[in-house]
Ligand binder design. Structure first.
Ligand code: KG4
Ligand code: ZN
Length: 334
């Protein structure tokens, strides 16, 4: 019955979670609001806020789980990828705890953890499954054969899906992060009103930078003729942009499901909150006989519970790290 304390600090959320024998007992997250005024995450401010938050966040996670530090059998932490200053705070804290408690340390790859977030709650997907991970920093299709056997079979070559939402929103003058706002306005818009660039990519890879440029040029042209074009057509613009992003994602996911013959399809990352993407997944899933798995939203955005569940599976196979392990901004998928 291992009890694992896990820490996530890869970007702008400081989070800690306690997991006992694969069951999540707590998952506490401190969001950083300091970035809102800058229209995006400011790395230096993020690491400073992690420094302030980490001790109280770990305390709350332990309290909510009804555990003390002496109950912990191993410490998991996000090693990569992410903002290096942010990662270092969590990594150094985890290492210090491992030394102080004389317990094993487990380094976790943030993107693998997003995929394994699907294992947190019942009903758990059966292996093998495909996972579409869509966040502000990443867009991947992962083939999961077992908890410790995950491979990326497709990914974005430029912007992530979340960035495509956020950058398009910014062009329209919406505040950061614009993804949830596009979702909101899209609900009452016409998704077929405007056509934006959909790239033709090899295999299961994605590209979203062309979409942003296509939105920018289109709006520059329209606003020359009508300076309030965006305001007058916001719902239709949001619906059309969202429709394009979902189309790009769903086409590749469908291709991967067809070609691998895998019918269990999961989703992960903050963009999975998008209502259009959720309904596209459900509809396509029903039409093609997929078993669709969408985790609770708290486990889709950055959270330490996904680090804890991944650390738990690593613990089971004795995949520990030595104390020389270092946080890295980018890391190969191993
Ligand atoms: O996974 P996440 O919380 O953070 C990382 O990027 O790691 O994802 C954040 C991204 C942002 O780009 C945000 O705009 C997007 O998820 N997002 C959405 C929605 N909710 C969050 N995008 C579209 N529709 C939403 N409802
Ligand atoms: Zn993430």
């Amino acid at each position: 019955m291992p009890t694992i304390l896990a820490i996530e600090s890869s970007c702008d959320d400081t989070s800690a979670s306690v997991c006992r024998d694969g069951a999540i007992l707590s998952n506490f997250i401190a969001n950083q609001t300091v970035h809102e005024q800058y229209g995006g995450v400011v790395p230096e401010l993020a690491s400073r806020a992690h420094m302030q938050n980490i001790v109280p966040v770990v305390d709350v996670a332990l309290q909510q789980a009804g555990m003390a530090l002496t109950d912990i059998d191993a410490i998991g932490f996000t090693q990569a990828p992410g903002l290096i200053g942010s990662l270092l705070v969590g990594a150094q804290f985890a290492k210090s705890l491992a030394i102080a408690l004389d317990k094993p340390l487990i380094a976790v790859h943030h993107m693998q953890a997003h995929v394994l977030a699907n294992l947190i709650e019942e009903p758990r997907p059966q292996f093998p499954f495909l996972c579409l991970t869509v966040s502000g920093g990443h867009t991947q299709i992962v083939l999961a054969k077992a908890p410790n056997d995950l491979s990326v079979i497709g990914e974005t070559i430029d912007d992530a899906a979340g960035e495509a939402f956020d950058k398009s929103a910014k062009i329209m003058g919406l505040p950061y992060p614009g993804g949830p706002l596009i979702d909101k306005y899209a609900a009452t818009g016409d998704p077929k009103k405007y056509k934006f660039a959909e790239p033709q990519m090899e295999g299961y890879n994605f590209s979203f930078s062309g979409l942003k440029t296509s939105v920018l040029y289109f709006l520059q042209k329209e606003q020359k003729a009508n300076p309030v074009f965006v305001k007058e057509n916001l719902e239709d613009l949001c619906a059309s942009i969202q429709h394009t992003i979902i189309n790009i994602l769903m086409k590749k996911l469908q291709k991967a499901a067809e070609e691998t013959g895998i019918k269990t399809v999961c989703i992960a990352g903050g963009v999975s909150a998008n209502s259009g993407l959720r309904s596209a997944l459900k509809q396509t899933g029903e039409a093609l006989g997929w078993n669709v798995h969408i985790p609770a939203f708290a486990y889709c955005t950055d959270n330490a519970a996904m680090i804890a569940i991944t650390a738990y599976h690593k613990y089971l196979v004795g995949d520990f790290s030595d104390l020389s392990v270092s946080a890295t901004a980018r890391a190969e998928w191993s």
